[in-house]
Design a protein around this ligand. Sequence first.
Ligand code: HEC
Length: 164
Amino acid sequence: MNLSRLAATMLIGSTSLLLACADLHHHEHEQQQNAFFTPGLGEIMAQTAARHTKLWFAGQERNWELAAYEIDELHEGFADAGKYHPTHKEIKQPIPELIARYMDKPLAGIEQAIKDKNLQGFIDNYNGLTAACNTCHQSTAFGFNVVVQPNFNPFANQAFGSGN
Ligand code: HEC
């Protein structure tokens, strides 16, 4: 191997080492961010409330695809609530247990109504869901957070009609 070739090989070697270090550093940084960012239960609930509103307007427009999507988002939010907040300093029962007790049935009812494209079934189960949100709030000393059926749509930048 001549000298310039050797130098080139060393250069490539050290560059890839540097890149590997940068990558490792990036990875560590990402892990740290994940470890530090934990949404509060109140944050997750605020998101849940937004989805609860969007779900209503999607249903009213018979936009079943969007309604099904909002149900999935609600499930994900509740899964996060249980994962990041398995317990709460002011609540005796484990959060995932409460969620299963109050949310599973009304969410499944809405899912069935969406599958059947049944607007009345959707409305009935939606009212059941809203009542169950409040039952959980009451049973956890957060009864002052009262959820209601939305009477106007604050999401001006999203289309709720299915376009058909
Ligand atoms: C585990 C039982 C439980 C269920 C089920 C539940 N919540 Fe909550 N919710 C809470 C608790 C606890 C808080 C207070 C959290 C905190 O701030 O620490 C809360 C807070 C809230 C808040 C106040 C957040 C804010 O920023 O103003 C809203 C709105 C809310 N929930 C909406 C809902 C909706 C809508 C549903 C149903 C789709 C629901 N919640 C279901 C327990 C529950």
